[in-house]
Design a protein around this ligand. Structure first.
Ligand code: G3H
Length: 249
């Protein structure tokens, strides 16, 4: 049985008081779905958020990390540092990291390995750009992103992997993939996993959709059989909207 997950990626939004206020609002929301709920504050607010939510059902996760254990990597944060404050899950491969910080599949493979080596869970993001979709090359792009960063792993590693399909053209644009486009790609991802690892892995990995998910469209997207939840950006910054999405699954 796959887990349903709804994760809020707060990106580079909210200073400390704003983060505290959002957490207070989140705690006042009521969950009526069975989804695992996660939020990803920026690094400076991770510890405070973790402390504030430690008795709650909301998991605090990181938006990124470095692959090295420690050393001369100014400005970076290691898996061990995240673990030391209680963070167990990290988002890797977000399209904004790929586009603005030149994160390649090879680099991401190293980050995935480093996180798994510390028994962390990885939410691994990928997705095609608009030009890829227009050229009908979206499946090839997604397959290569997954293969290059993950297919060196043993099958057993996938118990700690969550996949997040985020078409770049749908992120923050208000233009979401149609539920059918999301379903088609998620089924393709599962087929790709099945070909390499077999049906046990393919059927047990949760695949989230991300890209302009809102309270108004979440239910229809989440109703698709291969969509196991969402990675939510803008709509995760308001507690009521976020929980409308959490409760849509
Ligand atoms: O990580 C979240 C995604 O980038 C989606 O962002 O919901 O603002 O489109 P968005």
């Amino acid at each position: 049985m796959r887990k349903n997950i709804v994760a809020g990626n707060w990106k580079m939004n909210n200073n400390l008081p704003e983060t505290e206020a959002l957490i207070t609002d989140l705690k006042n929301q009521k969950q009526t779905s069975n989804a695992e709920v996660m939020v990803a504050p920026t690094f400076t607010n991770l510890f405070s958020a973790f402390q504030a939510l430690r008795e709650s059902d909301i998991e605090v996760v990181a938006q990124n990390m470095h692959y090295a254990e420690s050393g001369a990597y100014t400005g970076e944060v290691s898996a061990e540092m995240l673990k030391s404050i209680g963070v167990q899950t990290v988002i890797l491969g977000h399209s904004e990291r790929r586009a603005y910080f030149n994160e390649t599949d090879d680099l991401l493979a190293k980050k995935v390995d480093a996180a798994l080596a510390k028994d962390m869970r990885v939410i691994f993001c990928f997705g095609e750009e608009l030009a890829d979709r227009k050229a009908n090359n979206h499946e090839n792009i997604v397959a290569s992103q997954i293969k290059n960063a993950l297919f060196h792993l043993e099958a057993s590693a996938f118990k700690n992997i969550v996949l997040a399909y985020e078409p770049v053209w749908a992120i923050g644009t208000g233009e979401t993939a149609s539920p059918e486009q999301a379903q088609d790609m998620h089924a393709f991802i599962r087929k790709t996993l099945n070909e390499k690892y077999g049906s046990d892995v393919a059927n047990s990995v949760s695949i989230l959709y991300g890209g302009s998910v809102k309270p108004a469209n979440a239910k229809e997207i989440f109703s698709k059989p291969d969509v196991d939840g969402g990675l939510i950006g803008g709509a995760a910054l308001k507690a009521e909207d976020f929980y409308a999405i959490v409760n849509a699954i």
